[in-house]
Design a protein around this ligand. Structure first.
Ligand SMILES: Cc1ncc(COP(=O)(O)O)c(C=O)c1O
Length: 380
């Protein structure tokens, strides 16, 4: 028996060597343990469905033919999302198991030798990770000190690297701001002129004052190489895993070929269809979160010892001022203090040098935000 298990562990150890060395050197995507804590670390929508709708959804899901591969309900969902997003004429969409999957599929589809990806940093980690995993170069272009696009540096990176893809998160994570539209237009034009794609990542669109889709509708020719990526995660379905990518039908047709055939389950599709049928419930939740965000921003502005940055998402980036620039552990202390008081946020201090001593708060309900604020103030 003992000899058997030794043999087995030797076999699996030698098999480990078959896994890429760079993968073995990576850290897994970190999901914090939120057991027993108020979970405000991942920009989830704190609102649940009203009990009556939950019961209705349960009945709907009970009727789904889970013995069959996904089919008509996925097509129905695509049609419903198309109607909901109302993209320009001639655009279509593809679905992803969350926009995370779409980001991976984009890297896979554009994996031509020498291809690269450009994105502002700090930004959403999956842009760089998808590039690394697919073997593409990633060029991060630092934002300015107040987290605005460095337009000259972005244009220089486009000229130098001629990237396959430029990602622009609108609004950005973790800085939560909407970048200057003029700068974005010029980046879109430059990327189009060298024959690359731009992905406008609108994960936080339900909470933002603007969507790039209005500009795409107004000037479709200028946006022929622009894709708009959305997700239902922040809308209120983070557990369902549903992202969608909108763009010129010819582009989407090619990108869709690398998608695993049944990447969206019948349960995901049915849940998302149900949510779109009750879109007004989710719109009211988003409105509530926007109002709660305004109140939280105001309270943070009155809180000595922190600087809160403007937000167009359901998150707020906060810098802990601590004892001055050499107090490198100030945010870590506040993070731990908040956790001790039962509130889990995200310490993003180590993500990028410009985020030194920064925490990212998720905007929850008014009650949750009151608890979050009290925990923050008590931990300063
Ligand atoms: C900017 C941005 N894009 C995409 C995603 C991924 O969303 P999904 O849950 O659809 O995979 C996130 C998640 O936090 C995000 O912040």
């Amino acid at each position: 028996m003992k000899a058997d298990s030794t043999f087995q562990s030797d076999v699996s150890l030698s098999a480990l060597a078959r896994i890429r060395h760079d993968v073995q050197g990576m850290h897994a995507y970190a999901v914090q343990d939120a057991t027993g804590l108020l979970k405000l670390d991942a920009m989830e929508n704190s609102h649940r469905l009203p009990p009556q709708l939950r019961a209705e959804l349960g009945r709907r899901l009970g009727e789904v033919a889970i013995n069959r591969y996904p089919g008509p309900s996925v097509d129905a969902l695509k049609a419903a999302l198309h109607a909901y997003a109302a993209p320009p004429e001639g655009w279509s969409l593809m679905l992803g198991n969350g926009s995370d999957e779409l980001i991976s599929l984009l890297a896979m589809a554009c994996d031509i030798p020498g291809a690269s990806i450009v994105a502002p940093v700090p930004g959403f980690v999956m842009y760089a990770m998808s590039a690394q995993l697919q073997g593409l170069a990633f060029h991060g272009v630092p934002l300015s000190a107040d987290f605005e696009l460095n337009e000259a540096a972005m244009l220089a990176a486009i000229a130098q690297h001629r990237p396959a893809i430029v990602y622009l998160a609108y609004p950005n994570n973790p800085t939560a701001n909407l970048w200057d539209a003029g700068a974005i237009e010029r980046i879109i034009d430059a990327q189009g002129a060298q024959g690359g794609l731009v992905v406008m990542d609108e994960a936080y669109q339900p909470f933002a004052a603007a969507s790039w889709i209005d500009r795409a509708r107004a000037e479709p020719a200028r946006h022929a190489h622009v894709l708009i990526m959305r997700t239902l995660s922040k809308f209120g379905l983070a557990g369902v895993r549903l992202g969608y990518l909108l763009g010129d039908a010819r582009l989407i047709g090619e990108l869709d070929k690398v998608r695993p055939p049944y990447n969206v389950s019948v349960l995901n599709a049915e849940c998302a269809l149900f949510a779109l049928e009750h879109e007004s419930v989710f719109a009211a939740q988003a409105q509530d979160i926007r109002a709660a965000r305004a109140a939280l921003l105001e309270a943070l502005a009155q809180t000595p010892g922190v600087r809160a940055y403007p937000s167009e998402g359901n998150m707020i980036l906060v810098r802990v001022l601590g004892q001055g620039t050499h107090d490198e552990g100030a945010a870590a202390r506040v993070f731990e203090g908040m956790k001790t008081r039962g509130v889990l946020v995200k310490n993003v201090s180590k993500m990028h040098p410009s985020l030194a001593n920064c925490l990212r708060l998720t905007v929850g309900t008014a009650d949750e935000n009151a608890r979050q604020l009290a925990a923050l103030q008590a931990s300063l």
